[in-house]
Design a protein around this ligand. Sequence first.
Ligand SMILES: [Zn+2]
Length: 380
Amino acid sequence: MTWAFALALAATAAVVGLLWRQRGVEEREDAPPAEDARVSPLLKGINYLLSDEPDRALQELVRVARLQTETAEVYLALGDLFRNKGEFGRAVRIHQNLLARPGLSRELRMDAQAALALDFQAGGLLGRALREYEKVLEMDPGHARALEAILRIREQQQEWREAAEALARLDRVRGTDSSLHMAYLQTEMARAEREAGNEAQAMELVREAIATDPECAAAHLLLAEMALDRGDEEAAFASMEALRRAAPRHLPLLVRVLLERPEVHERRGRDFLMDCWRDGGDETLALEWIRVVAARDGVEAARELARALDFKPEGLRALLHLRAIIGPDDAETRAARRWVKQARNHVCATCGVEVISMRWQCPQCHEWGSMRPIREERLS
Ligand SMILES: [Zn+2]
């Protein structure tokens, strides 16, 4: 019942505001009082809400909104409340009613249109939401919130090209430079082309991504994988070096790429990884390497690698990870394994959300390239 109460509160506040404003008008212009016709259906609506009859409440509130233009704002607020409560159908009806009303000011029409789009987006009808946002843009081509919503929906639907168009438009409107974000979108486009078998287009796009922003780690990684797949080791290691310069924190991602190709690993991969490890002492690199070897060649091989790396964890997190991979089969190792299963290993540098496995886009704040391995304070 709390939502009905919140709704009633909002409506009451709106009525008070309306009356207040009305009084001001009267004082200034000596206008005849006309609030009765306006307020009583509103009060009726509130009563219905309080007695948990939302449909009748809505009916009354629709009448209020039809009667008086000023109540459009009340109406918008009610629609927002319904949407926030998860009652998308009601929110949609409210906003459609508003839009159907003649004589609505341009501003309110735009607000109602944007609110309607948001109703569909929140309700998961993304295609419909896109069409409604397009209508907002027809009214105001520089509507930043609509462009942001379109960008989010396109990304959600993995329509990278359309997402890139929205991002470019948003940059023009806001006067911002989102080149790293753009580079990640171009990399996703390249990945999609590659999956469709269009290697040449993929190559063009991934190079474009690196030209857009050389810090784009995903582009270097993809370029390295593409080079390895066509047998060009020289180019592959050049890309790996580029990744190492641009974003050394993502070097652990190369472990799987190299170990999946045993010959490359034997020829150059092992030395490359060893060099990275000696150079940076990155525990997440050592752990990933030991983990992949354990999965491929067994625990003995992983123990041998840990010795060769002279890897001695200095923090509890790394200690537990290592124990879970190469520990003896005892109660402590089993406890470490249980911990590893739910351990969050990556954190977003922008919003701080922690996730279990690596991804290029943050699931919470939607920033690209912001996830990084969690490292901890050393014990000593
Ligand atoms: Zn985030």
